[in-house]
Design a protein around this ligand. Structure first.
Ligand SMILES: [Zn+2]
Length: 150
């Protein structure tokens, strides 16, 4: 014969255990039933263990200081706002670099003029003109990149 696996009083017994009524404030009839029912006795054993575990966890839990929680929230809000502002600045820097590249692309047709200018300067004129153009075009872009890292 197999022992019963369910009992109609299971839920009632479990509720009494988990709400802390067991056994003092439980009905006398329910206590008598649990004394003779192996299913409800098991429910009492498991429920009592769960209740003790919950009490232990509650006593061991440490709540953080409210001031610290507020300070961390403020710090995070400031950091998020700064990140959002930096995204807009990075977008502007990207647009500026794109504009600088467009200007450099526009200067390609004047390459002959540059070579002519270098020829008028002298034999070492081309490196001088090229260096001057590089400084004029890439120095502002490099400055933008350097200051955007701050
Ligand atoms: Zn039972």
């Amino acid at each position: 014969m197999t022992p019963p696996v369910e009992c109609p009083f299971e839920a009632e017994v479990l509720a009494a255990v988990l709400q802390g009524w067991w056994p003092q404030r439980a009905a006398a009839g329910l206590r008598t039933h649990v004394a003779g029912c192996p299913v409800c006795a098991g429910v009492v054993a498991v429920g009592t263990a769960l209740l003790e575990d919950r009490r232990h966890l509650r006593s061991a839990a440490v709540l953080p200081n409210a001031g610290r929680v507020w300070w961390l929230a403020q710090t995070r809000a400031r950091r998020d706002a700064a990140a959002a502002a930096n995204r807009a600045i990075d977008l502007g820097i990207g647009a500026a670099l794109l504009g600088a590249a467009a200007v450099a692309w526009a200067f390609l047709p004047v390459q002959e003029w540059i070579v002519g200018l270098a020829g008028r300067i002298g034999p070492g004129g081309l490196p001088i003109v090229a260096a001057a153009l590089l400084v004029l075009i890439f120095l502002p872009a490099a400055a933008c990149l350097a200051f955007s890292r701050d």
